[in-house]
Design a protein around this ligand. Structure first.
Ligand SMILES: C[S@@+](CC[C@H](N)C(=O)[O-])C[C@H]1O[C@@H](n2cnc3c(N)ncnc32)[C@H](O)[C@@H]1O
Length: 460
Protein backbone atom coordinates (compact mmCIF):
# COMPACT_ATOMS: atom_id res chain seq x y z
CA UNK A 1 0.00 0.00 0.00
CA UNK A 2 1.33 3.39 -1.03
CA UNK A 3 0.70 6.36 1.25
CA UNK A 4 0.30 9.88 0.00
CA UNK A 5 1.77 12.60 2.03
CA UNK A 6 -1.15 14.48 3.53
CA UNK A 7 -1.49 17.96 2.26
CA UNK A 8 -1.53 20.31 5.25
CA UNK A 9 -2.56 23.28 3.07
CA UNK A 10 -5.80 21.49 2.25
CA UNK A 11 -6.96 22.24 5.76
CA UNK A 12 -5.69 25.79 5.98
CA UNK A 13 -7.09 29.13 4.92
CA UNK A 14 -10.41 30.76 5.48
CA UNK A 15 -12.50 27.68 4.86
CA UNK A 16 -11.22 26.28 8.15
CA UNK A 17 -13.80 27.94 10.39
CA UNK A 18 -16.87 26.91 8.44
CA UNK A 19 -15.26 23.52 7.76
CA UNK A 20 -14.98 22.84 11.50
CA UNK A 21 -18.71 23.21 11.90
CA UNK A 22 -19.38 20.32 9.53
CA UNK A 23 -18.72 17.05 11.42
CA UNK A 24 -17.90 15.22 8.18
CA UNK A 25 -14.89 17.40 7.36
CA UNK A 26 -11.81 15.31 8.07
CA UNK A 27 -13.83 12.06 7.98
CA UNK A 28 -11.88 9.27 6.24
CA UNK A 29 -13.20 6.19 4.45
CA UNK A 30 -12.22 3.71 1.73
CA UNK A 31 -14.03 4.17 -1.61
CA UNK A 32 -14.15 2.68 -5.08
CA UNK A 33 -14.33 5.38 -7.76
CA UNK A 34 -17.47 5.02 -9.88
CA UNK A 35 -16.90 7.46 -12.73
CA UNK A 36 -15.05 10.61 -13.79
CA UNK A 37 -17.36 13.64 -13.58
CA UNK A 38 -17.66 16.63 -15.90
CA UNK A 39 -14.90 18.55 -14.13
CA UNK A 40 -12.45 15.65 -14.41
CA UNK A 41 -12.66 14.48 -10.81
CA UNK A 42 -13.61 11.00 -9.66
CA UNK A 43 -17.08 10.48 -8.25
CA UNK A 44 -17.81 7.98 -5.47
CA UNK A 45 -20.03 7.48 -2.43
CA UNK A 46 -18.87 6.94 1.15
CA UNK A 47 -20.92 5.70 4.08
CA UNK A 48 -20.99 8.39 6.75
CA UNK A 49 -20.93 7.40 10.45
CA UNK A 50 -24.68 8.07 10.66
CA UNK A 51 -25.27 5.57 7.82
CA UNK A 52 -25.93 8.18 5.10
CA UNK A 53 -24.45 7.67 1.66
CA UNK A 54 -22.42 10.79 0.87
CA UNK A 55 -21.24 11.88 -2.58
CA UNK A 56 -17.52 12.69 -2.85
CA UNK A 57 -15.43 14.30 -5.60
CA UNK A 58 -11.85 13.06 -5.64
CA UNK A 59 -8.90 14.42 -7.67
CA UNK A 60 -6.39 12.32 -9.66
CA UNK A 61 -8.34 9.02 -9.72
CA UNK A 62 -10.02 6.79 -12.32
CA UNK A 63 -13.10 4.57 -12.30
CA UNK A 64 -12.26 1.32 -10.49
CA UNK A 65 -9.54 2.87 -8.31
CA UNK A 66 -9.77 1.83 -4.66
CA UNK A 67 -8.49 4.61 -2.43
CA UNK A 68 -8.88 5.94 1.09
CA UNK A 69 -10.14 9.53 1.07
CA UNK A 70 -10.47 12.31 3.60
CA UNK A 71 -13.35 14.77 3.18
CA UNK A 72 -11.91 18.27 2.95
CA UNK A 73 -14.64 20.75 2.02
CA UNK A 74 -18.32 20.99 1.21
CA UNK A 75 -18.81 21.04 -2.54
CA UNK A 76 -22.24 21.36 -4.13
CA UNK A 77 -24.30 18.32 -3.26
CA UNK A 78 -21.29 16.46 -1.80
CA UNK A 79 -17.75 16.90 -0.51
CA UNK A 80 -14.39 17.55 -2.11
CA UNK A 81 -12.13 14.74 -0.87
CA UNK A 82 -8.41 14.07 -0.99
CA UNK A 83 -6.72 10.71 -1.49
CA UNK A 84 -4.79 9.88 1.68
CA UNK A 85 -3.85 6.32 0.70
CA UNK A 86 -3.97 4.21 -2.44
CA UNK A 87 -5.37 0.71 -1.94
CA UNK A 88 -5.47 -0.59 -5.55
CA UNK A 89 -5.21 1.39 -8.79
CA UNK A 90 -7.02 0.28 -11.95
CA UNK A 91 -4.82 -1.13 -14.71
CA UNK A 92 -5.81 1.89 -16.86
CA UNK A 93 -3.94 4.29 -14.57
CA UNK A 94 -1.22 6.07 -16.54
CA UNK A 95 1.82 7.55 -14.90
CA UNK A 96 1.21 11.36 -15.12
CA UNK A 97 3.45 13.12 -17.69
CA UNK A 98 4.66 15.88 -15.42
CA UNK A 99 6.08 15.72 -11.93
CA UNK A 100 3.77 18.45 -10.55
CA UNK A 101 0.53 16.73 -11.53
CA UNK A 102 -0.72 15.75 -8.09
CA UNK A 103 -0.02 19.10 -6.41
CA UNK A 104 -0.64 21.47 -9.36
CA UNK A 105 -4.22 22.57 -10.04
CA UNK A 106 -3.53 23.10 -13.77
CA UNK A 107 -4.38 19.63 -15.18
CA UNK A 108 -7.11 17.21 -14.13
CA UNK A 109 -6.60 14.17 -16.37
CA UNK A 110 -2.93 13.43 -17.02
CA UNK A 111 -3.36 10.02 -15.40
CA UNK A 112 -5.75 8.74 -18.10
CA UNK A 113 -4.37 6.75 -21.01
CA UNK A 114 -4.77 8.48 -24.37
CA UNK A 115 -7.67 6.37 -25.71
CA UNK A 116 -9.63 6.65 -22.51
CA UNK A 117 -8.99 10.41 -22.47
CA UNK A 118 -10.27 10.86 -26.06
CA UNK A 119 -13.37 8.81 -25.22
CA UNK A 120 -14.01 10.88 -22.11
CA UNK A 121 -13.80 14.16 -24.05
CA UNK A 122 -15.98 12.85 -26.88
CA UNK A 123 -18.50 11.65 -24.32
CA UNK A 124 -18.56 15.19 -22.90
CA UNK A 125 -19.39 16.53 -26.38
CA UNK A 126 -22.11 13.90 -26.82
CA UNK A 127 -23.67 14.84 -23.47
CA UNK A 128 -23.71 18.52 -24.55
CA UNK A 129 -25.50 17.55 -27.77
CA UNK A 130 -27.98 15.29 -25.97
CA UNK A 131 -28.78 18.06 -23.50
CA UNK A 132 -29.67 20.20 -26.51
CA UNK A 133 -32.44 17.65 -27.24
CA UNK A 134 -30.89 14.96 -29.49
CA UNK A 135 -31.10 11.28 -28.63
CA UNK A 136 -28.07 9.08 -27.92
CA UNK A 137 -28.02 7.55 -31.44
CA UNK A 138 -28.14 10.97 -33.11
CA UNK A 139 -25.36 12.23 -30.83
CA UNK A 140 -23.24 9.18 -31.65
CA UNK A 141 -23.76 9.77 -35.40
CA UNK A 142 -23.16 13.55 -35.37
CA UNK A 143 -20.21 13.93 -33.01
CA UNK A 144 -16.89 13.42 -34.79
CA UNK A 145 -13.75 12.08 -33.07
CA UNK A 146 -12.00 14.66 -30.89
CA UNK A 147 -9.19 16.73 -32.43
CA UNK A 148 -6.67 16.77 -29.59
CA UNK A 149 -3.83 19.30 -29.55
CA UNK A 150 -0.54 17.61 -28.61
CA UNK A 151 1.52 18.10 -25.45
CA UNK A 152 3.65 21.26 -25.37
CA UNK A 153 1.41 23.08 -27.84
CA UNK A 154 -0.42 25.63 -25.73
CA UNK A 155 0.70 29.10 -26.81
CA UNK A 156 -1.04 31.24 -24.16
CA UNK A 157 -0.62 31.11 -20.39
CA UNK A 158 -1.28 33.21 -17.33
CA UNK A 159 1.32 32.47 -14.65
CA UNK A 160 0.59 33.48 -11.07
CA UNK A 161 3.51 35.17 -9.32
CA UNK A 162 4.40 35.18 -5.63
CA UNK A 163 7.56 36.73 -4.24
CA UNK A 164 8.00 36.34 -0.50
CA UNK A 165 9.99 34.77 2.30
CA UNK A 166 9.96 31.38 0.53
CA UNK A 167 11.50 32.86 -2.62
CA UNK A 168 10.19 33.51 -6.12
CA UNK A 169 7.29 31.41 -7.41
CA UNK A 170 6.03 31.72 -10.99
CA UNK A 171 3.51 29.06 -11.96
CA UNK A 172 0.04 27.82 -11.13
CA UNK A 173 -2.06 27.54 -8.00
CA UNK A 174 -1.88 24.26 -6.10
CA UNK A 175 -4.70 21.77 -6.29
CA UNK A 176 -5.70 22.23 -2.65
CA UNK A 177 -4.45 25.74 -1.96
CA UNK A 178 -3.85 29.28 -3.15
CA UNK A 179 -0.10 28.72 -2.92
CA UNK A 180 1.71 29.43 -6.21
CA UNK A 181 3.76 26.42 -7.33
CA UNK A 182 6.78 26.69 -9.58
CA UNK A 183 6.19 24.43 -12.59
CA UNK A 184 9.56 23.96 -14.35
CA UNK A 185 8.44 20.91 -16.35
CA UNK A 186 4.82 21.72 -17.37
CA UNK A 187 3.97 19.27 -20.17
CA UNK A 188 1.19 21.39 -21.69
CA UNK A 189 2.84 24.69 -22.59
CA UNK A 190 5.00 25.51 -25.60
CA UNK A 191 8.74 25.35 -24.80
CA UNK A 192 9.02 29.11 -25.57
CA UNK A 193 6.62 29.84 -22.69
CA UNK A 194 8.54 27.57 -20.36
CA UNK A 195 11.85 29.21 -21.30
CA UNK A 196 10.26 32.60 -20.56
CA UNK A 197 9.04 31.35 -17.16
CA UNK A 198 12.53 30.21 -16.18
CA UNK A 199 14.09 33.50 -17.32
CA UNK A 200 11.44 35.51 -15.46
CA UNK A 201 12.15 33.62 -12.22
CA UNK A 202 15.84 34.50 -12.58
CA UNK A 203 14.93 38.13 -13.34
CA UNK A 204 12.68 38.40 -10.26
CA UNK A 205 15.31 36.77 -8.05
CA UNK A 206 17.75 39.51 -9.08
CA UNK A 207 15.19 42.33 -8.60
CA UNK A 208 14.95 44.38 -5.41
CA UNK A 209 12.27 42.41 -3.45
CA UNK A 210 10.17 45.58 -2.98
CA UNK A 211 9.72 45.81 -6.74
CA UNK A 212 9.28 42.13 -7.41
CA UNK A 213 6.63 41.74 -4.69
CA UNK A 214 4.23 44.05 -6.56
CA UNK A 215 3.94 41.60 -9.45
CA UNK A 216 0.90 39.33 -9.19
CA UNK A 217 0.53 37.67 -12.59
CA UNK A 218 2.21 37.50 -15.96
CA UNK A 219 0.35 36.66 -19.18
CA UNK A 220 2.38 35.31 -22.06
CA UNK A 221 1.22 34.76 -25.65
CA UNK A 222 3.37 33.26 -28.36
CA UNK A 223 2.69 35.25 -31.55
CA UNK A 224 4.22 34.15 -34.87
CA UNK A 225 7.17 36.51 -34.37
CA UNK A 226 7.85 36.16 -30.66
CA UNK A 227 6.41 36.52 -27.19
CA UNK A 228 3.92 39.15 -26.11
CA UNK A 229 4.09 39.59 -22.33
CA UNK A 230 1.77 41.52 -20.00
CA UNK A 231 2.78 41.90 -16.34
CA UNK A 232 -0.09 42.55 -13.91
CA UNK A 233 1.00 44.36 -10.76
CA UNK A 234 -0.26 46.26 -7.74
CA UNK A 235 1.81 49.39 -8.44
CA UNK A 236 3.40 51.18 -11.39
CA UNK A 237 7.09 50.32 -12.00
CA UNK A 238 9.66 53.00 -11.11
CA UNK A 239 12.35 54.17 -13.52
CA UNK A 240 14.89 51.50 -12.43
CA UNK A 241 12.37 48.72 -12.86
CA UNK A 242 11.44 50.03 -16.32
CA UNK A 243 15.09 49.97 -17.35
CA UNK A 244 15.57 46.46 -15.94
CA UNK A 245 12.49 45.26 -17.79
CA UNK A 246 13.63 46.80 -21.07
CA UNK A 247 16.97 44.96 -20.68
CA UNK A 248 15.16 41.75 -19.79
CA UNK A 249 13.03 42.10 -22.96
CA UNK A 250 16.21 42.62 -25.02
CA UNK A 251 18.09 39.73 -23.44
CA UNK A 252 15.18 37.35 -24.04
CA UNK A 253 14.20 38.70 -27.46
CA UNK A 254 10.62 39.44 -26.34
CA UNK A 255 8.50 41.03 -29.06
CA UNK A 256 6.71 43.26 -26.57
CA UNK A 257 6.48 43.65 -22.82
CA UNK A 258 3.63 45.65 -21.23
CA UNK A 259 2.78 46.54 -17.66
CA UNK A 260 -0.74 46.71 -16.23
CA UNK A 261 -1.51 48.20 -12.83
CA UNK A 262 -4.88 47.17 -11.36
CA UNK A 263 -7.69 48.24 -13.69
CA UNK A 264 -5.56 50.83 -15.51
CA UNK A 265 -4.96 50.26 -19.23
CA UNK A 266 -1.76 48.34 -20.04
CA UNK A 267 1.30 50.35 -20.99
CA UNK A 268 4.15 49.11 -23.22
CA UNK A 269 7.50 49.04 -21.40
CA UNK A 270 9.46 47.49 -24.25
CA UNK A 271 8.02 47.29 -27.77
CA UNK A 272 10.75 45.74 -29.91
CA UNK A 273 8.42 44.61 -32.70
CA UNK A 274 4.65 44.35 -33.05
CA UNK A 275 3.52 40.79 -32.27
CA UNK A 276 1.62 39.41 -35.28
CA UNK A 277 -0.19 36.24 -36.27
CA UNK A 278 -0.82 35.17 -39.84
CA UNK A 279 -4.31 34.15 -40.97
CA UNK A 280 -4.64 32.94 -44.61
CA UNK A 281 -1.45 34.78 -45.52
CA UNK A 282 -2.54 38.06 -43.85
CA UNK A 283 -0.53 39.41 -40.89
CA UNK A 284 -2.68 40.75 -38.06
CA UNK A 285 -1.22 42.53 -35.03
CA UNK A 286 -2.11 41.06 -31.62
CA UNK A 287 -3.27 43.51 -28.92
CA UNK A 288 -1.49 43.13 -25.53
CA UNK A 289 -3.09 40.12 -23.81
CA UNK A 290 -5.53 39.77 -26.75
CA UNK A 291 -7.44 36.60 -27.58
CA UNK A 292 -5.91 33.86 -29.74
CA UNK A 293 -7.08 30.26 -30.01
CA UNK A 294 -5.10 28.42 -27.32
CA UNK A 295 -3.07 26.25 -29.71
CA UNK A 296 -2.05 26.61 -33.35
CA UNK A 297 -3.27 23.05 -33.89
CA UNK A 298 -6.69 23.88 -32.40
CA UNK A 299 -6.98 26.99 -34.58
CA UNK A 300 -6.05 24.89 -37.60
CA UNK A 301 -8.67 22.22 -36.74
CA UNK A 302 -11.35 24.91 -36.34
CA UNK A 303 -10.43 26.63 -39.61
CA UNK A 304 -10.46 23.26 -41.40
CA UNK A 305 -13.96 22.57 -40.06
CA UNK A 306 -15.10 26.07 -41.14
CA UNK A 307 -13.62 25.61 -44.62
CA UNK A 308 -15.31 22.26 -45.16
CA UNK A 309 -18.63 23.78 -43.99
CA UNK A 310 -18.15 26.55 -46.59
CA UNK A 311 -17.65 23.96 -49.31
CA UNK A 312 -20.95 22.38 -48.33
CA UNK A 313 -22.96 25.59 -47.87
CA UNK A 314 -21.44 27.64 -50.73
CA UNK A 315 -22.56 30.94 -49.11
CA UNK A 316 -22.07 34.30 -50.86
CA UNK A 317 -22.57 36.62 -47.91
CA UNK A 318 -21.32 35.64 -44.46
CA UNK A 319 -20.90 37.13 -40.98
CA UNK A 320 -18.22 36.37 -38.39
CA UNK A 321 -19.65 37.36 -35.00
CA UNK A 322 -17.36 37.78 -31.96
CA UNK A 323 -14.55 37.82 -34.52
CA UNK A 324 -11.63 38.93 -32.28
CA UNK A 325 -8.66 39.72 -34.50
CA UNK A 326 -9.93 37.40 -37.20
CA UNK A 327 -8.96 33.74 -36.63
CA UNK A 328 -11.91 32.82 -38.90
CA UNK A 329 -12.56 36.09 -40.72
CA UNK A 330 -10.02 35.63 -43.51
CA UNK A 331 -10.89 31.94 -43.89
CA UNK A 332 -14.55 32.91 -44.32
CA UNK A 333 -13.80 35.68 -46.80
CA UNK A 334 -11.05 34.12 -48.84
CA UNK A 335 -11.31 30.30 -48.68
CA UNK A 336 -11.99 29.17 -52.24
CA UNK A 337 -13.54 32.45 -53.38
CA UNK A 338 -13.80 36.05 -52.24
CA UNK A 339 -16.94 36.31 -50.14
CA UNK A 340 -18.49 39.45 -48.81
CA UNK A 341 -17.90 39.17 -45.05
CA UNK A 342 -19.16 41.19 -42.11
CA UNK A 343 -16.95 40.86 -39.00
CA UNK A 344 -18.33 42.05 -35.64
CA UNK A 345 -16.49 42.45 -32.34
CA UNK A 346 -16.84 44.63 -29.21
CA UNK A 347 -13.17 45.06 -28.22
CA UNK A 348 -12.05 48.37 -29.79
CA UNK A 349 -8.40 47.34 -30.04
CA UNK A 350 -9.19 44.07 -31.80
CA UNK A 351 -11.52 45.95 -34.19
CA UNK A 352 -8.87 48.55 -35.01
CA UNK A 353 -6.13 45.98 -35.66
CA UNK A 354 -8.40 43.79 -37.78
CA UNK A 355 -9.58 46.82 -39.77
CA UNK A 356 -5.96 47.75 -40.45
CA UNK A 357 -5.07 44.20 -41.59
CA UNK A 358 -8.18 44.07 -43.81
CA UNK A 359 -7.19 47.41 -45.36
CA UNK A 360 -3.67 46.11 -46.11
CA UNK A 361 -4.98 42.87 -47.62
CA UNK A 362 -7.73 44.32 -49.82
CA UNK A 363 -10.10 41.58 -48.63
CA UNK A 364 -13.88 42.03 -49.06
CA UNK A 365 -14.40 42.34 -45.30
CA UNK A 366 -16.27 44.99 -43.34
CA UNK A 367 -15.31 45.15 -39.64
CA UNK A 368 -17.63 46.83 -37.15
CA UNK A 369 -17.46 47.42 -33.42
CA UNK A 370 -20.64 46.38 -31.67
CA UNK A 371 -21.78 44.78 -28.41
CA UNK A 372 -23.58 41.67 -29.60
CA UNK A 373 -25.00 40.90 -26.16
CA UNK A 374 -26.96 44.15 -26.14
CA UNK A 375 -27.32 44.61 -29.87
CA UNK A 376 -27.35 41.30 -31.72
CA UNK A 377 -27.69 41.39 -35.52
CA UNK A 378 -31.37 41.93 -36.22
CA UNK A 379 -33.74 40.32 -38.71
CA UNK A 380 -33.08 42.97 -41.36
CA UNK A 381 -29.33 42.60 -41.05
CA UNK A 382 -29.53 38.82 -41.07
CA UNK A 383 -31.75 38.77 -44.14
CA UNK A 384 -28.80 39.53 -46.48
CA UNK A 385 -26.69 36.67 -45.17
CA UNK A 386 -26.36 33.02 -46.22
CA UNK A 387 -24.21 31.90 -43.30
CA UNK A 388 -23.45 33.24 -39.80
CA UNK A 389 -20.58 32.03 -37.63
CA UNK A 390 -20.56 32.95 -33.94
CA UNK A 391 -17.75 32.30 -31.46
CA UNK A 392 -18.68 34.05 -28.21
CA UNK A 393 -16.90 34.11 -24.84
CA UNK A 394 -17.87 31.54 -22.19
CA UNK A 395 -21.18 33.31 -21.50
CA UNK A 396 -22.40 32.20 -24.94
CA UNK A 397 -24.50 34.13 -27.45
CA UNK A 398 -28.06 33.86 -26.18
CA UNK A 399 -29.51 37.08 -27.63
CA UNK A 400 -27.87 36.46 -30.99
CA UNK A 401 -29.06 32.82 -31.00
CA UNK A 402 -32.61 34.07 -30.32
CA UNK A 403 -32.42 36.47 -33.28
CA UNK A 404 -31.03 33.71 -35.49
CA UNK A 405 -33.77 31.32 -34.35
CA UNK A 406 -36.36 33.89 -35.43
CA UNK A 407 -34.93 35.05 -38.75
CA UNK A 408 -31.48 33.52 -39.30
CA UNK A 409 -30.03 32.41 -42.64
CA UNK A 410 -29.92 28.86 -43.97
CA UNK A 411 -26.55 28.04 -42.36
CA UNK A 412 -25.12 28.73 -38.89
CA UNK A 413 -21.75 27.72 -37.47
CA UNK A 414 -21.53 27.78 -33.66
CA UNK A 415 -18.08 27.69 -32.04
CA UNK A 416 -17.92 27.55 -28.26
CA UNK A 417 -15.44 27.04 -25.45
CA UNK A 418 -18.19 26.27 -22.93
CA UNK A 419 -20.28 23.11 -23.45
CA UNK A 420 -22.99 24.42 -21.05
CA UNK A 421 -23.74 27.64 -22.98
CA UNK A 422 -23.19 25.77 -26.26
CA UNK A 423 -26.03 23.42 -25.26
CA UNK A 424 -28.30 26.33 -24.38
CA UNK A 425 -27.62 28.22 -27.64
CA UNK A 426 -28.03 25.09 -29.78
CA UNK A 427 -31.33 24.36 -28.05
CA UNK A 428 -32.54 27.87 -28.93
CA UNK A 429 -31.49 27.39 -32.57
CA UNK A 430 -33.17 23.97 -32.77
CA UNK A 431 -36.38 25.42 -31.36
CA UNK A 432 -36.19 27.98 -34.16
CA UNK A 433 -36.03 25.26 -36.83
CA UNK A 434 -32.29 24.55 -37.24
CA UNK A 435 -30.96 21.02 -37.36
CA UNK A 436 -27.50 19.93 -36.34
CA UNK A 437 -25.51 18.62 -39.32
CA UNK A 438 -22.13 18.04 -37.69
CA UNK A 439 -20.31 18.51 -34.38
CA UNK A 440 -16.52 18.49 -34.02
CA UNK A 441 -15.08 18.51 -30.49
CA UNK A 442 -11.72 20.29 -30.45
CA UNK A 443 -9.47 19.86 -27.45
CA UNK A 444 -7.07 22.76 -27.03
CA UNK A 445 -6.97 22.33 -23.26
CA UNK A 446 -5.05 19.11 -22.94
CA UNK A 447 -5.67 17.11 -19.72
CA UNK A 448 -8.16 19.66 -18.43
CA UNK A 449 -11.92 19.22 -18.38
CA UNK A 450 -12.40 22.09 -20.89
CA UNK A 451 -13.53 21.45 -24.45
CA UNK A 452 -14.08 23.57 -27.56
CA UNK A 453 -17.06 22.71 -29.78
CA UNK A 454 -17.68 23.35 -33.47
CA UNK A 455 -21.22 22.80 -34.79
CA UNK A 456 -22.74 23.22 -38.25
CA UNK A 457 -26.50 23.81 -38.35
CA UNK A 458 -28.91 24.15 -41.23
CA UNK A 459 -32.43 25.53 -41.30
CA UNK A 460 -34.77 22.59 -41.87
C1 LIG B 1 -13.80 33.22 -27.82
S1 LIG B 1 -13.24 34.78 -28.42
C2 LIG B 1 -13.27 34.43 -30.14
C3 LIG B 1 -12.48 35.37 -31.01
C4 LIG B 1 -12.27 34.94 -32.44
N1 LIG B 1 -13.44 34.34 -33.04
C5 LIG B 1 -11.10 33.99 -32.56
O1 LIG B 1 -11.32 32.79 -32.77
O2 LIG B 1 -9.96 34.43 -32.44
C6 LIG B 1 -14.64 35.76 -28.13
C7 LIG B 1 -14.55 37.17 -28.66
O3 LIG B 1 -15.80 37.82 -28.35
C8 LIG B 1 -15.52 39.17 -28.03
N2 LIG B 1 -16.67 39.65 -27.24
C9 LIG B 1 -16.91 39.49 -25.92
N3 LIG B 1 -18.08 40.04 -25.59
C10 LIG B 1 -18.60 40.56 -26.72
C11 LIG B 1 -19.79 41.25 -27.01
N4 LIG B 1 -20.69 41.51 -26.06
N5 LIG B 1 -20.03 41.64 -28.29
C12 LIG B 1 -19.14 41.37 -29.26
N6 LIG B 1 -17.97 40.73 -29.04
C13 LIG B 1 -17.71 40.32 -27.79
C14 LIG B 1 -14.22 39.10 -27.27
O4 LIG B 1 -13.56 40.35 -27.26
C15 LIG B 1 -13.46 38.03 -28.05
O5 LIG B 1 -12.72 38.60 -29.09
Amino acid sequence: MKHHQRNPRARGGRKRQSARRDPLIGFEAPVTIEQVGARGDGIAHVSAPDGRSVLVYVDCVLPGDEVRVALRSKRGDGYGAEVVAEIARTALFNEPRCSHFKECGGCALQHMDDDQYRDWKRQKAKVAVQRAGLDADEAERLVAPVEVSPAQSRRRAGFSVHVGATGVHVGFHGRFSHTVLNVPDCAVLRPELMAFRAAFVTFLEACPPDHARDIKEVFVTLADNGLDVVIHAAKDPDLDMRQDLAEFADDNDLARLSWKTGDEPDEPVAARRIPVVRFQGVDVAVPPGGFLQATREGEHALVTAVTSALEKAQPRQVADLFCGIGSFTFALALAGKRRSTLAVESDPRAVELLQYAVGQSGSPIQVIKRDLFRQPLTGDELSNLDLVLFDPPRAGALSQAEQLAATGPEWVIAVSCNPATFTRDIRVLRNGGYELEQVVPIDQFLWSSHLEMFALLRRA
